[in-house]
Design a protein around this ligand. Structure first.
Ligand code: ATP
Length: 253
């Protein structure tokens, strides 16, 4: 479905990504993990058309989208939920959601899409006419993901959806991401929360200093001693990590 080959990106003269090969197949949930400043946001933004690709190519459903203007991505079926949510805080939740469905097919399906988002995130029902900026961090992240879903994407690009959220809220957010994927949307997830991202994803790419240093089945990478030491701070054997947190119902966030 998505295929990046040999992608390099620079900020001016400063290279940020080198020779990235990455794939997401139809229906897959794939994560990209790595330390601060590794290039994860640059990578997901390049896939969303927000950075000029210096060399290499990006194809989506067989079509070369490497140099497609950013505003065309939505219509192609690719939606980005950016790091930091980027909501219009002085607009209502409903207006923010509807902004996700302004063009093409998504506009015709707006009512069904809104129902779907409110089923996924019932806490937003009572907040539709509140200013987005008045919501809790978890609720704002729901609006950001909801706005992405309003575009009816085939591929959802999620940049750090756990950023700034408490562990219990993160767990609930990840359950929603799992559900979105199970309903048929392919997902590329960028995360610093390595253990949760890898527990959710089928495959993972590890980025360091602008390069993919390893990739493979997330369950296997999670068992790798190098990954456990570098990213999870664990020297123990797999399977001895602390138990998963208790889930907070989405309605209570
Ligand atoms: P984080 O988890 O902190 O967001 P990241 O893995 O997403 O990190 P990026 O934000 O993609 O990393 O940054 C990759 C590299 O590019 C870093 O060295 C960063 O300093 C640099 N960089 C990011 N944005 C810019 C910019 N607008 N101009 C110049 N350099 C930038």
């Amino acid at each position: 479905m998505l295929e990046a080959r040999g992608v390099s990106v620079s900020y001016g003269a400063a290279p940020a990504l080198w020779d990235i090969d990455l794939e997401v197949s139809t229906g897959e949930l794939v994560c990209v993990v790595g330390p601060n400043g590794a290039g994860k946001t640059t990578l997901i933004n390049a896939i969303a058309g927000l950075h000029r690709v210096r060399s290499g190519s990006i194809r989506y459903q067989g079509e070369d989208i490497t140099h497609l203007p950013p505003h065309r991505f939505c219509d192609k079926g690719i939606a980005l939920v950016p790091e930091g949510r980027r909501l219009f805080t002085q607009m209502s939740v409903l207006d923010n959601l509807e902004l996700g469905s302004y063009i093409g097919r998504a506009k015709k399906l707006r009512r069904q899409s809104l129902e779907h988002v409110l089923t996924l995130f019932p806490a937003l029902n009572a907040k539709l006419h509140h200013l987005a900026g008045s919501l809790s961090g978890g609720q704002q992240q729901m609006v950001a993901i909801g706005r992405g879903l309003m575009a009816r994407p085939g591929l959802l690009l999620l940049d750090e959806p756990s950023l700034g959220l408490s562990p219990l809220v993160v767990h609930t957010m990840f359950e929603a991401i799992r559900q979105i994927n199970q309903e048929g949307t392919s997902i590329l997830l960028v995360e610093q929360n390595v253990s949760m991202a890898m527990a959710l994803a089928e495959r993972a790419y590890v980025v360091e200093e602008g390069r993919i240093v390893t990739h493979g089945a997330a369950s296997e990478l999670l068992r790798s001693p190098a990954i456990r030491r570098a990213y999870l701070g664990l020297d123990d054997e797999p399977g001895t990590s602390p138990a998963a947190p208790i889930v907070t119902p989405a309605s209570e966030i």
